[in-house]
Design a protein around this ligand. Structure first.
Ligand SMILES: [Zn+2]
Length: 289
């Protein structure tokens, strides 16, 4: 309820009610001090910040929660396929790169295009994507090899194939475009990963329909019902199971919030949940910091 009301006592909010002047994240500050890094330009401590993969101290918790939510959703969509569905869910584990996926699913992929042709098209696309600063040394060493490796090291959230209809869906978990807060993944990176793969597949297999489907978790865990149901229908999830899947999905998102909140409280106050109030300072009314 505090989340929805926008009154979680993060320093950004405490500054708003004139209880703090510095709005920078206490967790990031501590993490940087511990590793002897500069504490210049610290991010603001907002609710969205500590629920993202960008806050040093809670990133592991948040990332694990994202994987947990996605794995369950993916598995439940796979388990609830209509009896006539010809969709094949290729299940990448979270470490699966394109290269591993191709090895494991060679038979399936070879029905779509040859590895050579995908490699060739991927090289054209990779050349149009900026070389980042941390990639520079590898690029300078061998540009052709760099583009090739970058493509085959790209990772997918999920891929669903119907070889009879020649349809291929790349599934992606993401937070809402309008919401830069909740459970934010490094969106630009995710876009780039999936963008490069889908473009290369489209070019290498023009007779196939390749499409990207994004499963969006929005502000405070909101999932847009119509949008979610349309996507489940598209990938042949039985009508009778759709409510159940949505409910379980939203439930898990709420649990992830709870976990992130607890981790945050624990690290700020050395305690979590209700008993956190015993070890912290009461600044009046019901406000504890
Ligand atoms: Zn932080």
């Amino acid at each position: 309820m505090m989340t929805i009301a926008g009154i979680i006592p993060v320093v950004k909010w405490l500054a708003k009610i004139k209880q703090r002047s510095d709005e920078s994240c206490r967790l990031c500050k501590r993490a940087r001090e511990q590793r002897g890094a500069s504490i210049e330009n610290l991010p603001e401590e907002t609710y969205g910040h500590f629920n993202s993969a960008f806050c040093d101290e809670v990133a592991t918790t948040v990332t694990a929660a994202q994987h947990f939510i996605w794995r369950h959703l993916y598995a439940s969509m796979q388990a609830a396929q209509t009896p006539m569905s010809k969709l094949r869910f290729v299940t990448p584990d979270k470490e699966s790169s394109m290269s591993t996926l191709w090895q494991e699913e060679e038979f399936t992929f070879k029905q779509i295009c040859s590895r050579e042709s995908l490699k060739e098209k991927a090289a054209d696309i990779e050349k149009t994507i900026v070389v980042k600063e941390h990639e520079r040394a590898r690029y300078d060493f061998d540009p052709t090899m760099f583009y090739e490796n970058r493509f085959w090291n790209r990772r997918l959230d999920g891929i669903v194939i119907n070889k009879y209809h020649r349809t291929l869906y790349i599934l992606e978990k993401r937070s809402s475009d309008r919401d830069k807060d909740f459970l934010r993944v490094k969106k630009d990176e995710a876009n780039e990963q999936h963008g490069s793969i889908i473009e290369a597949l489209r070019a290498a297999a023009p007779e196939w329909t390749s499409e990207q489907i994004n499963f969006v978790a929005g502000r405070h865990g909101a999932v847009v019902e119509d949008d979610f149901y349309n996507k489940l229908e598209k990938i042949n999830v039985q009508a009778g199971n759709r409510d159940k899947i949505l409910l379980a999905h939203v439930h898990r998102i709420c649990e992830a919030h709870d976990t992130a909140m607890r981790s945050y409280y624990q690290q700020i106050h050395g305690s979590s949940g209700a008993d956190a109030t015993t070890s912290i300072e009461n600044i009046g009314e019901q406000v504890y910091v």
